[in-house]
Design a protein around this ligand. Structure first.
Ligand SMILES: Cc1cc2nc3c(=O)[nH]c(=O)nc-3n(C[C@H](O)[C@H](O)[C@H](O)COP(=O)(O)OP(=O)(O)OC[C@H]3O[C@@H](n4cnc5c(N)ncnc54)[C@H](O)[C@@H]3O)c2cc1C
Length: 464
């Protein structure tokens, strides 16, 4: 499916102008995994004397943790400001296999390895997907309090100063290379939990402070449309947990969400049951109840141990960069439509932005400017914009009515669809298609949609 849409898709953004950097031939190792960066020194950027470049990362979720680790390993004096060290970010916690490898995640922070997924239609037709997975392939299920703490600890081990504090605002530089002054409330042992107002001077700032980003507000980054997502963690009996051992469920239908899906994702000793919507936010609790009812027989008798809700950005902010401040992760608006996936994209954008700073500053030796940070945006848009666009189209086509959702679930039974979908999800690369299978799939898709439209017309007649 993704491959078909991609082939007909045009309009990749062009690199923006204003890049005045030169490329040095020097290549430097960045991590133990032998990742290498080319060092691009901005022709005009002055050296920073007597110290290294100072960068503050605001927010210690996956975006912030990944950014801070990369910066610290790249010779930058790094400060990671997180308001709540035991934050349990409301989240389904599903991560693609490639994230485990790319971010060297230890297996003991992964609660479950999901190898089976049930896609359940409005009329409760369940299609098993995952049959095409190879023996080593799975979707990781994590608890965010575990993943986020792990990434922050790793940033600290790499040399970042991790500060427990609430970022409040920042004063913009008064001259071209002058510092940003960050104001935050510190909560460390010296403040006895009461909090103390402090300031921090840095040369650049990465805003990784999530959907309600204050860094975004500081640079007038503009708003985005958002979904509200609701989730309950439900502890179920061992017997019932056995069913969800390596299985996740996705429910579609007007009852569970008019424009998204409901989910049951397995965690260590509980399941996470949730749903989301952009268009009918006031009804979110009604949709949550419907999701629970659909899964009823499998979670009955369970105890709700946590109720959580949070916005999910629907698209990137109008502005993601200003001068020496860049936004990453949810602060920038990097969640995919259709799947609502944002953890991998948060970590990846954090790392990409940090790499651009390390490169532009020659490992902390020079001042950076907007053109250095812009390289991150250019690379990001070039790499992921098609993925976002395809998932946007899929959501518009298949989540718009119950007949369309029935068609969608019917299509998911196709092994080729499963392979393409899983390959794209697990590896974040658009899987190369097989022309004959692509053609078959196109015919089937049209057939399913025609049936869906015919069904919708019949239903409309009935409701007149
Ligand atoms: C209910 C729900 C389910 C989801 N399920 C999935 C899923 O299964 N898979 C998936 O990939 N994505 C999922 N997402 C999306 C995913 O949670 C986000 O895309 C991801 O968390 C973005 O990471 P981030 O680091 O950019 O931001 P966040 O994870 O939001 O982290 C921001 C961090 O900044 C801190 N912070 C905020 N403001 C300040 C401040 N002023 N000062 C200091 N610190 C601050 C916060 O405490 C937090 O730790 C889901 C989202 C929701 C709401």
């Amino acid at each position: 499916m993704a491959s078909i849409a991609l082939k007909t898709f045009t309009g990749l953004r062009q690199s923006s102008p204003g890049n005045n950097s030169i490329t040095l031939s020097k290549s430097l190792p960045l991590t133990q995994t032998h990742r290498r960066l080319r060092i691009n020194a901005s022709k005009s950027s002055p050296r920073v004397n007597g110290r290294n470049l100072r960068v503050a990362v605001v927010g210690g979720g996956p975006a912030g943790g990944a950014a801070a680790e990369t910066l610290a390993k790249g010779g930058i004096e790094t400060f990671l400001i997180e308001r709540k060290m035991d934050n349990c970010k409301p989240c389904g916690g599903a991560i693609p296999l490639c994230m485990v490898g790319e971010f060297d995640l230890p297996l003991d922070i992964i609660d479950r390895k999901v190898t089976k997924m049930k896609m359940i239609s409005p009329s409760n037709v369940a299609v098993d997907i995952g049959q095409t997975l190879k023996p080593h392939e799975y979707i990781g299920m994590v608890r965010r309090e575990v993943l986020d703490a792990y990434l922050r600890d790793r940033a600290a081990e790499a040399g970042a100063s991790v500060l427990n504090g609430l970022f409040l605002k920042m004063d913009m530089p008064k001259a071209p290379n002058a510092p940003y002054v960050l104001h935050y409330t510190a909560y460390d042992s010296k403040t006895n939990g009461a909090g103390e107002k402090r300031t921090l001077e840095v040369d650049a700032v990465i805003g990784a402070d999530g959907a309600n980003s204050r860094v975004a507000k500081s640079i007038n980054a503009g708003e985005y449309e958002y979904a509200i997502a609701f989730q309950e963690r439900i502890r179920i009996s061992d017997d019932k947990m056995k069913y969800y051992e390596n299985l996740a469920e996705m429910y579609v239908g007007d009852d569970v969400s008019p424009d998204f899906y409901g989910w049951v994702f397995p965690k260590c000793d509980h399941v996470a049951v949730g749903t989301g919507t952009v268009t009918h936010k006031a009804d979110i609790k009604k949709f949550q109840l419907a999701t629970r009812l659909r899964a009823d027989s499998k979670i009955t008798g369970g105890k709700i141990i946590r109720v959580e809700a949070h916005p999910i950005p629907e698209h990137p902010r109008p502005r993601r960069l200003q001068d020496r401040v860049a936004l990453v992760g949810d602060a920038a608006g990097y969640v995919t439509k259709c799947s609502g996936e944002g953890i991998y994209f948060a970590a990846k954008s954090g790392r990409m932005c940090a790499e651009a700073i390390v490169e532009g500053s020659e490992m902390g030796k020079r001042m950076v400017d907007e053109s250095d940070l812009r390289k991150y945006l250019e690379k990001w848009d070039k790499t992921y914009w098609p993925t976002y666009k395809v998932l946007d189209i899929l959501q518009k086509v298949f989540y718009r009515s119950n007949p369309a959702r029935e068609a969608f679930v019917e299509m998911c039974a196709d092994e080729y669809v499963q392979k393409m979908t899983f390959d794209s999800y697990l590896y974040k690369k658009v899987a190369p298609g097989n022309p004959i299978e692509d053609l078959k799939l196109a015919v089937n898709t049209v057939g399913s949609l025609v049936r869906a439209n015919a069904l919708r017309r019949e239903m409309d007649k009935l409701s007149v």
